[in-house]
Write a protein that binds this ligand. Structure first.
Ligand SMILES: Nc1nc2c(c(=O)[nH]1)N[C@H]1C(S)=C(S)[C@@H](COP(=O)(O)O)O[C@H]1N2
Ligand SMILES: [Mo]
Length: 565
């Protein structure tokens, strides 16, 4: 056989298989990387790492749109998007490998480097080890792709037939052009074909066997890895299970009985933890080991830098407070608000002990920047934190340690401020600085540096487009204006007069307040509208505005149909 035999043109089936080979190699790479990441650090797995890098570089407008369009599934959608894009690229790399075997593997390696780069440049990465999952995954993928395309690359059948040198065409060959007639009718002898590089033939059975076994092995290994769990996450889960919450002194009074109205469909006064909304940028929920957790307090006006452990924090005077938390991304009538009973310590006391004074007392720092283990930065006005309100470092939520999704082991909370400027989860440090000197995470993304909660009221029942029988229909919901309190809620039917709704007993001015209005419903389509007045006497403005830059406002209304008797 001579080397001058023209290589066989890849058939459509070869191309299809090459693309499949690219996909299998990518899948195996990711599964291996994910498995390695369970030992290194789950956040260092390539998809969340690249996803995190994408989130951080996403323009504010796109991020806003994503939150609006996909709500709390925005992260799932992003990861799915990355996987789809990766799938297309992987198929392309498979095709490239068919043209140039080494180039295909090099491309897989390049993606591995990209993943590794994303992992080590994440703000929560503190070790070059984070590059390992992507690199190991890519190495395995590159070798696999090389092996797979080796099964396909063939000067093979067509050329063989023409030159009558190669001997055995692949029996499974289905060329684009019908040239079966030219084929010598020889038996398949793969061993001989492998010996001379000019007689390489498409070994599709071998391809499928390698692809399937690699795919199954990777899936199995990944499943085992998941089942065994990440040692990192396990330590954290064990530390949470072992945590004994301290008792508040004095114990908080129970929620007043009248704070909870008996109206079906109304939001419960206390939101159960599993129903509490979740908004954050974390693609993998940080699992912090409480035994290793430390909080560092430093910066302008701090006499001496302090580092606290969780037992030290819990040994302080512990308070329990009901506080309603709201997200600035909550549209009028939206779901990103919840109310819980939090257990924690007063942040202002800690700051005073450290020597910090608020600006009104001549303090040098007007901004407190809380930083989380995953690199989030949240800027809060020092004045509000120290003005006597219950700004907390919280470790308990509705009677249990904070759930991982809500910031275990410790988060911040400042009644009256939106979460993005006050409620840092997985907190690890507090720096005293100025608004001039530092922009926290959301600020360059178009959100206001300071953002007190705007008064909002929401109709929980009836739901939009509900149908009800004529007669008494309870219209009910919640209203909130944290730290100012809710003084009045009014309801309007169509263009009628505003009528006072009944208010549930106030728990505290830092919590939302339920309201209800018994409506004598008449047949037809009706628009129900609500508005609230806060403790300062300010009534919600009618005009709706979007959430950017400092929170939505406007009246919430729903349209319902009342059926005749
Ligand atoms: N570390 C960290 N803390 C965070 C965020 C985040 O993305 N990362 N999001 C903030 C925002 S925008 C809100 S509204 C609240 C939401 O808290 P929840 O998820 O417990 O409801 O957390 C805040 N704390
Ligand atoms: Mo938020």
């Amino acid at each position: 056989m001579t080397l001058s035999a023209p290589p066989r043109e890849p058939t459509r089936t070869d191309r299809l298989l090459a693309a499949v080979g690219g996909l299998v190699a990518a899948y195996v790479s990711l599964a291996v990387a994910d498995l390695v990441a369970t030992w290194v650090r789950p956040e260092a797995s390539p998809v969340p790492a690249v996803g995190g890098a994408v989130v951080d570089r996403t323009p504010a407008a796109v991020e806003q749109w994503a939150i609006r369009a996909f709500g709390e599934s925005d992260k799932a959608v992003l990861q799915l998007g990355i996987l789809v894009l990766l799938g297309l690229l992987a198929a392309g790399i498979g095709l490239l490998a068919l043209r140039h075997r080494a180039a295909g593997s090099a491309a897989v390696g390049a993606f591995g480097l990209l993943g590794a780069l994303a992992a080590v440049t994440r703000p929560d990465s503190d070790s070059a080890l984070d590059a390992v999952p992507s690199l190991v995954g890519a190495a395995v993928g590159a070798v696999l792709l090389y092996a797979l395309t080796g099964r396909l690359l063939a000067p093979g059948a067509g050329a063989a037939a023409r030159t009558d040198l190669a001997g055995e065409p692949d029996r499974s060959e289905v060329p684009d052009r019908p040239d079966h007639a030219d084929r010598p009718d020889h038996a398949d002898r793969p061993d001989r074909a492998d010996r001379t590089d000019t007689t390489v033939r498409s070994d599709r059975r071998g391809f499928l066997i390698v692809a399937a076994s690699a795919g199954i092995a990777a899936t199995g290994a990944a499943a085992l890895g998941r089942a065994a769990g990440s040692p990192v996450a396990e330590d954290a889960a064990a530390s949470r299970a072992a945590l004994r919450l301290p008792r508040p002194a004095p114990p908080a009074p129970p929620v007043p009985a009248g704070a909870q109205l008996r109206v079906p469909g109304i939001s419960p006064f206390l939101t159960p933890n599993r129903d509490f909304y979740r908004v954050d940028t974390a693609l993998v929920v940080p699992k912090v080991d409480a035994d290793r957790w430390r909080l560092r307090i430093h910066g302008s006006g701090v006499r001496e830098e302090r580092v606290l452990t969780l037992p030290e924090l819990m040994a302080r005077r512990v308070v329990e407070r009901d506080i309603t938390l709201a997200c600035v991304s909550n549209e009028v009538g939206g779901p990103y608000v919840g109310n819980a009973r939090w257990l924690g310590v007063h942040l202002a006391d800690l700051l005073r002990e450290a020597g910090v004074r608020p600006p009104s007392e001549g303090g040098t720092a007007d901004q407190l920047v809380a930083r989380s283990v995953d690199g989030m930065t949240i800027g809060t006005p020092v004045e509000e934190v120290m003005d006597g309100r219950d700004a907390l470092l919280a470790f308990g939520m509705n009677g249990e340690p904070l759930p991982f999704t809500h910031g275990f082991p410790v988060r911040m909370l400042v009644p009256g401020l939106y979460g993005y400027v006050s409620a840092c989860k997985w907190i690890e440090s507090i720096e005293l600085t100025t608004f001039d000197a530092y922009d926290a995470y959301w600020v360059p993304r178009g959100w206001a540096a300071e953002a007190p909660v705007k008064t909002q009221s929401r109709i929980d029942t009836p739901r939009p487009l509900a149908r009800r029988a004529a007669g008494t229909v309870m219209i009910a919901g919640v209203a909130w204006a944290q730290h100012r309190g809710i003084a009045r809620v009014e309801v309007r039917i169509d263009d009628g007069p505003w009528r006072d709704a009944g208010l549930a007993t106030e728990d505290s001015r830092d919590t939302w307040r339920q309201w209800a209005y018994p409506w004598q419903a008449t047949p037809g389509r009706h628009t129900l509208t609500v508005r609230a007045t806060d403790g300062t006497g300010a009534t919600q403005p009618e005009k709706r505005t979007g959430t950017m830059p400092d929170g939505a406002q406007g009246w919430h209304s729903v349209v319902v149909t009342v059926e005749g008797a």
